[in-house]
Write a protein of this length. Structure first.
Length: 182
């Protein structure tokens, strides 16, 4: 008999012990906070994800519960250079080690290199996927090459005049140089 696992209420330990594998091809709209960040741009985009559970034997011979997730998505944002829509590719490839509870995770967090989470029988995998995608969003999204020419202009009408009136600091230095023949 094969046990069915639900990404919304995942028994992480049982999933890892079974060497479980889950995958999905979800609408961006399924992730509420991501959908809010998308501001209605391209609601038909999809989030592809995969989760694999395993138990790894630690140095003391104890089994440790691990979860490996891979997520790919294209996320609609506004290019900060040309102010037009840009679909930003997002990729997440992370591993998480599960410990007994939040207190243990907090206590071990500073000395541990891996990401620690508390074991749960009702772990929400979609929430973890959404958190990871939100953290992967770029602070300043932009096209590699903008589809339209980006006008470079100052907001002040006298900007060019003000710069033209300033003396060149190197011209003053040139005046200090003495002609060795003269």
């Amino acid at each position: 008999m094969t046990k069915e696992f639900s990404p919304q209420r995942l028994d992480v330990k049982a999933f890892a012990q079974a060497g479980g594998r889950l995958a999905g091809h979800d609408s961006l709209l399924k992730y509420e906070r991501l959908a809010q960040e998308a501001k209605g741009l391209h609601p038909d985009l999809l989030v592809d994800w995969e989760a694999v559970g395993e138990v790894r034997t630690a140095l003391g011979g104890m089994g440790q519960v691990w979860l490996h997730i891979k997520v790919r998505a294209s996320f609609p944002m506004e290019c900060q250079r040309c102010m037009t829509p840009v679909d930003v590719p997002l990729e997440v490839d992370r591993e998480f080690r599960f410990v007994a509870d939040e207190a243990t995770a907090e206590a071990l967090d500073d000395e541990s290199e891996e990401d620690l989470l508390a074991l749960s029988r009702e772990f929400d995998l979609h929430e973890l996927i959404e958190d990871e995608l939100l953290m992967a969003l770029p602070v300043v999204p932009k096209h590699d090459e903008c589809p339209t020419a980006v006008p470079l202009a100052s907001s002040d009408d006298d900007f060019e005049e003000a710069n033209a009136e300033k003396p060149n600091p190197f011209a003053a230095l040139a005046g200090l140089r003495k002609d060795p023949k003269g």
